[in-house]
Write a protein that binds this ligand. Structure first.
Ligand code: ZN
Length: 327
């Protein structure tokens, strides 16, 4: 090949890379997505077979050194994913509903619930696993476990006492601050002092509390946002959660009220916001200290459901990736 033909080919390659043909790119992407989806589907089928492959030592009969080698060579599975698969399959052995979830959504979604689902609750967990993302399911399962451990757990005050959260506070402060605190505490208790601080902080916030904005556009006004975030220092307001907030959640759905009310705008992390829109938070219209997860969503408020379904579409449906409106 001469230099000039090489250059010509090179130029051609460069120019085609520069001006991408949109339908060509779309086609590439479509094919990749299609094959990927199918490879996942087939991989899940392999996972479902693994326990029996192990039980009947098929790998040995086919002259592999181990089930890991068998799964790696025949299905491209890593050592770790074989372990996870065997572990999870053992957990769902007597739970056909959860086996179906594995077939539909893969093994990972089972992880947060594998140790808490029983054959009595398998149907319940299968429904939740089908409709939630892994992080939302993890948050939900965590709350579920807490309420199981502490039941009956009538009010949130009890809940905190049972959790003994206060002893978990990491209060390492500089000597000069410790000295001041010690003085302020005097003969009283730390509880009293901290409560005093919190009261002062809340009073200060309350003085500058903005009025609700009615007939509003979707964006929360900066003043209201600032006030709402100061209440938790931008932490998710769900009891016990210490994640940074991701959404300002309208406890009264914005789509229905068109109002940004500083009292019912709640900073939430993504999993807890999703639980709210799944209708799984009890007392959602009370301050978050009163919140608990519930077992079933209330399906009687149709308008409300419609909004939540619409929001869910922004995560899972074809609206994914678009900017999500206030809700
Ligand atoms: Zn949270």
């Amino acid at each position: 090949m001469t230099n000039s033909t090489q250059n010509a080919q090179k130029n051609q390659a460069q120019s085609s890379a520069k001006i991408p043909d949109q339908s060509f790119e779309k086609n590439l992407h479509t094919r990749f997505t299609f094959y990927g989806k199918n490879s996942l589907k087939w991989k899940r089928k392999c996972i479902l077979l693994l326990p029996e492959i192990a039980k009947y030592r098929i790998w040995e009969k086919k002259r592999f050194n181990s089930i890991y080698e068998y799964a790696a060579k025949l299905a491209g599975m890593s050592h770790a994913s074989v372990n996870v698969a065997l572990w999870a399959m053992r957990k769902v052995e007597d739970k056909p509903e959860l086996k179906r979830v594995i077939e539909e959504k893969g093994i990972e979604i089972i992880r947060p619930i594998a140790n808490i689902a029983t054959s009595e609750t398998a149907k319940f967990w299968a429904e939740k696993a089908m409709e939630m993302s892994k992080s939302t399911l993890t948050a939900y399962a965590k709350e579920y476990k807490k309420s199981e451990l502490n039941s009956p757990c009538a009010d949130s005050k009890n809940y905190y006492e049972n959790q003994n959260l206060f002893s978990d506070l990491d209060l390492q402060v500089k000597p000069e601050i410790a000295e001041k605190l010690q003085k302020l505490k005097g003969q009283g208790s730390w509880d009293d002092l901290m409560e005093k601080f919190i009261d002062l902080y809340e009073q200060k916030l309350e003085e500058n509390k903005p009025i609700p904005q009615e007939n509003a556009k979707k964006y929360v006004p900066a003043k209201i946002e600032k006030y709402v975030l100061a209440k938790t220092n931008s932490t998710c307001a769900f009891p016990g959660c210490t994640k940074k907030y991701k959404y300002l959640h309208h406890a009264w759905r914005f789509a229905l009220t068109k109002t940004h009310d500083p009292d019912s705008l709640i900073p939430l992390c993504k999993p807890h916001e999703r639980l709210a829109h799944a209708g799984l938070i009890e007392n959602e219209n009370l301050p978050p200290e009163n919140w608990k997860v519930k077992l079933e969503a209330d399906k009687t408020n149709e308008k409300w459901l419609k909004v939540d379904k619409w929001v869910a579409g922004y995560y899972t449906g074809n609206k994914a990736g678009q900017e999500r409106p206030s809700s």
